[in-house]
Write a protein that binds this ligand. Structure first.
Ligand code: IMP
Length: 434
């Protein structure tokens, strides 16, 4: 990896691929870890020395002493949620100090974003199954050019006034559309402003900071949240999140140009999961799916919802490899498949009498595609915690090589357990040289 270039980590599937752990492992080799989209809808679980951290908004890089953690302009920020997370991190003895930077251009999530989202979801015939964190409505206000931004908080009196006006306007909309009764707006605003003011010390021109750092030869890791198939443009629309989770989002969401990017690392489970509604062609229901869920502890880290489980979908992964132009793949949770004598992998779709290896754009088509599987032999041996590629059973190596061949992307790392050290490297050449 050449100096002055950033690396992006993205989810290849529908989120929950284990990016938190992967970013935590990679962070050791980078100076700065930056998030560029999404908000407190992301659930990044990191286990360090037996301590479990569930971060939803703060980049996992903050857990490594000395690293700078950045929230870019593309993130939507919920100050009360941020404060709660900061308290958890500090209570674990991790000092934050000047190591957190928040873009003054990041849009804020206000309490009405959550209530509107809940009301809008309830009114929809076809539910998205959102995390109810107010993400979509905040991005709607951003695109509608009526959002409030983190930098607005600096002028507290002006910010309070803007909040009063916005709350009153949203109140009118909520009562007209959803019959919501009037609330004590002033009390709500004062409560919100008292929490929002705590972000002031962290506000920064993040784009300037990142570009200057890259110019000095420092290393930057962009931490994507959610996954490619939840991307607003490239995902299974409308069953998507409201931001660009794909690699391109890092440039617009942090203010760095595309020529700054040196590598894009895609993270995928050795199988597949999805939370919320929407198409999932390789989904496995019944006892087989249940077994994957139990073995993989597949329950949403933000909402606690059981995740839908299924087989690795090479059609979808190839598509993700293309839209992100992946340089490398990291495969997580390989050990969850240790009990299987046979492991199906989806390799082709068939619909309306035609067979295709392309990923269709329409959710309606994805709902009815018939998947053609290739069935690979399982290894039926424990791989949990292995740290050396040579220790892997031959059939596990063959499985990984099949995934790599199907996606056309080399696998550089495999995660064999939730701890930092339960990781095996196949190729470290993408790591920054010091
Ligand atoms: P939203 O991001 O809360 O608007 O939710 C939109 C869709 O994205 C829903 O299906 C959520 O379950 C899903 N989603 C959002 N964040 C995550 C995540 O971090 N992991 C997995 N699914 C997510």
């Amino acid at each position: 990896m050449s100096k002055g270039k950033a690396t992006i980590v993205v989810g290849v599937q529908w989120g929950d691929e284990g990016k938190g752990k992967v970013v935590d492992v990679l962070a050791e080799h980078f100076d700065i870890v930056a998030r560029y989209q999404g908000g407190a809808n992301a659930g990044h679980t990191v286990i360090i020395d037996g301590n479990k951290f569930l971060l939803q908004l703060i980049p996992t890089g903050l857990l490594r002493p000395g690293k700078i953690a950045v929230l870019g302009n593309g993130v939507v920020l919920d100050p009360p949620a941020l404060l709660q997370e900061l308290e958890t991190v500090q209570a674990a003895g991790i000092s934050v100090g000047q190591r957190l930077l928040i873009s003054e251009r990041a849009h804020l999530i206000l309490p009405y974003h959550r209530t509107h989202e809940q009301a809008a979801e309830a009114a929809r015939a076809s539910k998205i199954g959102t995390t109810s964190k107010g993400i979509g409505p905040s991005y709607e206000d951003k695109a509608g050019r009526r959002g409030l931004r983190a930098g607005d908080v600096r002028d507290l009196a002006g910010f309070r006034q803007k909040c009063l006006e916005a709350f009153a306007e949203k109140q009118r909309v909520a009562s007209a559309l959803y019959g919501h009764s009037a609330r004590d707006t002033v009390r709500q605003v004062d409560e919100y402003v008292s929490k929002a003011r705590c972000i002031i010390p962290y506000l920064s021109d993040v784009s300037a900071h990142l570009n200057q750092a890259l110019d000095r030869g420092q290393t930057v890791l962009f931490e994507g949240a959610q996954g490619t198939l939840l991307d607003l443009d490239h995902g299974t629309y409308p069953f998507v999140t409201s931001s660009n989770a794909t690699a391109g989002g890092a440039c617009t969401g942090a203010g760095v140009g595309p020529t700054r990017i040196g590598a894009v690392i895609g993270v995928s489970k050795a199988y597949a999961t999805r939370v919320g509604s929407g198409p999932f062609p390789t989904e496995v229901t019944g006892p087989e799916g249940e077994k994957l869920r139990e073995r993989g502890s597949e329950y949403g880290s933000v909402t606690g919802r059981p995740r839908r489980c299924g087989w690795f979908d090479a059609v979808a992964a190839r598509y993700s490899a293309r839209v992100n132009h992946l340089s490398a793949l990291v495969i997580t949770k390989l050990d969850i498949l240790d009990h299987l004598a046979e492991i199906p992998v989806g390799v082709e779709y068939e619909w309306d009498g035609k067979r295709s290896t392309d990923f269709p754009a329409e959710a309606e088509v994805l709902e009815r595609v018939k998947v053609r599987y290739e069935v690979l032999p399982g290894w039926l041996q424990p791989t949990f915690g292995l740290t050396d590629y040579d220790q892997l059973p031959a059939k596990a190596k063959a499985y990984l090589s099949f995934l790599s061949g199907q996606t056309g992307v080399p696998i550089v790392m495999v995660s064999t357990g939730p701890q930092r050290d339960q990781t095996l490297w196949m190729d470290r050449s993408l790591l920054p040289s010091r």
